[in-house]
Design a protein around this ligand. Structure first.
Ligand code: BJW
Ligand code: ZN
Length: 252
């Protein structure tokens, strides 16, 4: 890890700034939740890549729901990693908004474990939720077995995971709050996201055009690396605890 880059990043984060944190699947990678792209990503299997497209739900609903049910079950056995925990603690050092593309609840779990309340917005929904594809009714319940293709008690429609597929709109109030946070931010911290999926990828761009400094923590270069003031190459599970420590030490 480049400690010079970590110190440079900390200089932007010391002094209670307003921070938009844009989170992607890399943050949860060391918890055992696979990323989408890259050599170990779920999308190396083209069939799986298709399961994140809304059109596939019309053609192969059983296969798609079985895959989603497996991922819902896996959520029961994953735990937040050191990156989630450090980020939770960092939110106490400024005005932080977390805009996550992740559909796990690991950031909430880390905040709970640290006794911290943070503003976390799920742009792509949550795997723990189920909703009706027809009437939109939400069921916040992990006990549904989606692989049995359950039906909505309100309208008889098809139940599906409460996530956002390609070709579907993001939840409007969530996106609006994140866009406002992008406009207000002094700093935009990008954690473990490839920056390829819109409109989430537009948030750092929007923050930058409103004057925010961009900081990236990622094991690889991304679509946004060229826009960054600071890049720390490394795992968020390793870098965030060091960054949080430097910020905390500066406060004493
Ligand atoms: C580490 C690490 C470690 C690893 N430490 N780092 C404008 C331009 C072009 C296209 C569009 C546009 N606007 C809209 C579009 C279309 C489309 C889109 O963006 N397409 C592009 C891909 C071409 N967007 C949409 O369709 C969105 N909807 C929309 O725009 O609505 C308007 C509309 C309405 C009606 C009709 C049409 C449009 C919806 C997007 C939904 C995305 N859904 C998914 C699946 C969620 C459910 C599920 O989990 O199954 O969301 S796809 C997948 O990608 C998932 C993720 O949230 C998302 C982003 O991925 P992420 O998190 O960045 O992961 P990776 O794998 O890409 O990257 C991992 C990174 O971590 C890498 O950089 C690694 O290096 C790093 N890493 N380990 C640190 N330990
Ligand atoms: Zn319904």
């Amino acid at each position: 890890m480049n400690l010079h880059a970590v110190r440079k990043a900390s200089a932007y984060l010391i002094g209670s700034p307003t921070v938009l944190v844009c989170v992607g699947s890399g943050l949860s990678a060391e918890s055992g939740v696979p990323t989408f792209r890259g050599p170990d990503g779920m999308f190396t299997d083209p069939r799986i890549a298709n399961f994140t497209q809304v059109d596939t739900f019309e053609r192969e609903p059983e296969a798609m729901l079985t895959w989603y049910q497996e991922r819902r079950t896996q959520l029961n056995s994953v735990r937040p990693n050191t990156g989630h925990a450090a980020l939770a603690r960092m939110t106490n050092t400024g005005n932080y908004t977390i805009a996550t593309q992740n559909v796990d609840n690991l950031m909430e779990a880390a905040c709970k474990a640290e006794g911290i309340e943070a503003a976390i917005h799920h742009l792509h929904g949550l795997l723990s939720q189920v909703r009706c594809h027809e009437c939109g009714k939400h069921f916040d319940d992990l006990s549904f077995d989606l692989s049995r293709c359950p039906r909505c008690e309100a309208c008889g429609g098809r139940l599906r995971p409460g996530v956002v597929w390609f070709g579907e709109s993001l939840p409007e109030p969530t996106l609006e709050m994140c866009m406002q946070a992008a406009r207000d931010a002094d700093v935009c911290l990008m954690l473990g996201t490839s920056g390829l999926v819109y409109p989430a990828a537009a948030l750092p761009e929007m923050a930058r055009s409103h004057g925010a400094k961009l900081i990236e923590i990622n094991t690889e270069l991304t679509a946004h690396s060229d826009l960054c003031e600071v890049i720390v190459r490394g795992s968020t599970a390793t870098v965030l605890p060091v960054l949080e420590r430097v910020i905390r030490d500066a406060a004493h």
